[in-house]
Design a protein. Structure first.
Length: 373
């Protein structure tokens, strides 16, 4: 029986061609939807690591006041709803606490409520005017299925500066998770700011778009409306709200939640779909106390993918060790970049690196008789 042909070192040309092919394949994966989704999942993991070991510092100056009511009934029984009935008193209580700004993330009626709740229109209009006199006030706008802005009953806004109207809409990534800051959105009636965009302009932040920094600042605190309405002491209200941005919003309903990279709700266990108001809050925190995270330029990512592909040139015995060292460098560099305000999508570099290690081993298995150019 003749001995098996001995393995030989692959030619430099063959190795270079393999590395080039791996780099091109890595680039294609980087630009594909699969690469994008994988990189977004790695981004979320990066936020989790930074939040656990090196969270960004930001003041605890944003508070959520919840208007959920477990005793709510169907619209047929109560077309107004308990949340709207108690909203005037909630607004006045918050205003008495001297907040830095108030964000009303509650849908105001598009028609009069007098038939179902006599006196509510006037009470709500007065509370809105009192709130805006106490602090900058943002009132949420939504759109219908035809992308038309849903109107608000005009008499409710009689004492309100309508420049404080802002969008409640949230842009989602390809995987349905909300990660991006949008300062304003166009409609057929013109361009309207988002909550974060409006607050950034009013309070003087870094008003540019990018990714929300989910590793920045502490978890958010929550005050239910029923607890707030029991507070009669003005000093207690000031301790809660003075100098803080207060978001008034529902948080418990299925329509009040949205997928996010991390749960920043300090009042409940972590969940894949935390309250959507926290997206507005964290976007605001990023603009006021952090830096909106930018995507690394494509040429930089091309260089990173190409560098990962060059591991295929390493000799087979050391290729796994070289690959492990490069992988650690990629992971550490990605975290440092994220902390510095840059998102480097790493799915393609890691996939290319793995393929390069495997290719180095396969090239070493070529028999000597097939050694070629």
């Amino acid at each position: 029986m003749s001995p098996a042909p001995a393995a030989s070192s692959p030619s430099p040309l063959a190795v270079s061609l393999v590395a080039a092919a791996l780099a091109l394949a890595g680039l294609a994966f980087h630009l594909s939807p699969w690469g994008e989704r994988a990189s977004l999942a790695m981004l979320d993991a990066g936020f989790g690591v930074l939040r656990a070991f090196a969270p960004g510092e930001a003041p605890d100056d944003i508070l959520v006041v919840g208007v959920d009511d477990p005793g709510a009934v169907s619209p047929e029984v109560d077309p107004v709803g308990p949340a709207l009935r108690k909203l005037p008193e909630v607004l006045v209580k918050v205003a008495k606490g001297s907040p830095k700004a108030i964000v009303l993330n509650v849908a105001l009626p598009r028609a009069s409520s007098e038939a179902a709740a006599p006196g509510l229109d006037d009470a709500l209009a007065t509370a809105l005017a009192v709130s805006q006199a106490a602090a900058p006030l943002a009132i949420g706008l939504s759109v219908d299925a035809r992308r038309q802005v849903v109107p608000i009953h005009d008499p409710l806004l009689r004492g309100v500066d309508t420049r404080g109207l802002a969008f409640t809409l949230l842009p989602r990534e390809a995987d349905g998770v909300v990660r991006r800051i949008v300062l304003g959105l166009p409609t057929q009636q013109g361009n309207w700011p988002t909550y974060a965009g409006w607050l950034c302009q009013v309070l003087g932040g870094r008003c540019r778009e990018g990714l929300i920094d989910y590793a920045l600042g502490p978890a958010y605190r929550y005050v239910p409306a029923r607890r707030l309405l029991d507070i009669k002491d003005g000093e207690a209200l000031a301790r809660l709200f003075k100098g803080r941005i207060v978001f008034i919003s529902a948080v418990a309903g299925p329509d009040d939640r949205v997928p996010q990279p991390l749960s920043l709700a300090g009042w409940e266990p972590p969940a894949p779909e935390p309250p959507l108001v926290l997206v507005h809050a964290q976007a605001t925190r990023t603009l006021l106390h952090g830096v909106p995270i930018e995507d690394a330029p494509l040429p930089v990512m091309l260089l990173v993918v190409a560098a990962a592909a060059l591991v295929a040139r390493a000799s087979a015995p050391v290729a796994p060790a070289v690959g492990a060292l490069v992988a650690l460098t990629l992971a550490g560099g990605g975290l440092l970049a994220l902390r510095a305000g840059w998102h480097a999508p790493l799915a393609a570099p890691f996939a290319t690196l793995l393929a390069a290690v495997v290719a180095s081993r396969l090239l070493a298995l070529r028999p000597a008789g097939r050694k070629g150019s």
